[in-house]
Ligand binder design. Sequence first.
Ligand SMILES: [Fe+2]
Length: 242
Amino acid sequence: MSFYSAIRSKLSSIRLTLGNSLGSFPHIHEAEHTPNEGEIEGDPEESPLLVLCTLKGINGVPIAGATIDVWETDSKGFYDVKYAEQNDPDGRAVLTSDDEGNFFFKAIVPVPYPIPHDGPCGKLLTVLKRHPYRPSHMHFMFEKDDYDPLITALYLKNHPYESSDAVFGVKKSLLVELSKVEDKHIAQKHSVELGCALMTYDFILVTEEATKDLRQKLAAEVMESEGKKVRFLDGLPVPYVN
Ligand SMILES: [Fe+2]
């Protein structure tokens, strides 16, 4: 690996540690703002899922007022954009974290789906002896002033393709194990049946300042490991020349 490839790899690893891709069928901007507690999916063949999440900073302080985009496929593994006759967004919503940093909504249990594989991508996968499937997952995108934007996804633990994702998006820290709603107060509060599938996760956002410091620290470590002194120009590492 060349010196500059090493820098690029190290810097991108910071983003990859924290985040994840937009997915094979990316985010769209037409999703409606949905109050906490709302439903994001109108699939009648759905297997209902209650999603309860928190959003905090690395100091543990709740982050209120963050914008959170969520999106997933229907129970057949299709995103809404795959349906030519579908005019309104489905399986998508834009939420806002409340004063305690909570956000919660009703969705369906995610299912696996194949990435497009009827063209060159499919031929490449065949050559590589790989299947085209992505494991069951749900996408999240976070935006809040003064914080580094985060794009990520949660993957269902012990579901098919968990260890062979066609686009290599799965990370250990993003695997979640579904449980069931067993507390009648929680069921009543969120208007779901007892036994409804439950997904919980605590997300963390990093401030822009902390992210910048981390990127510079790691960039300096890489350059110094190559025996080079470093200075920063507009936030980018460059070799120090006396
Ligand atoms: Fe996806």
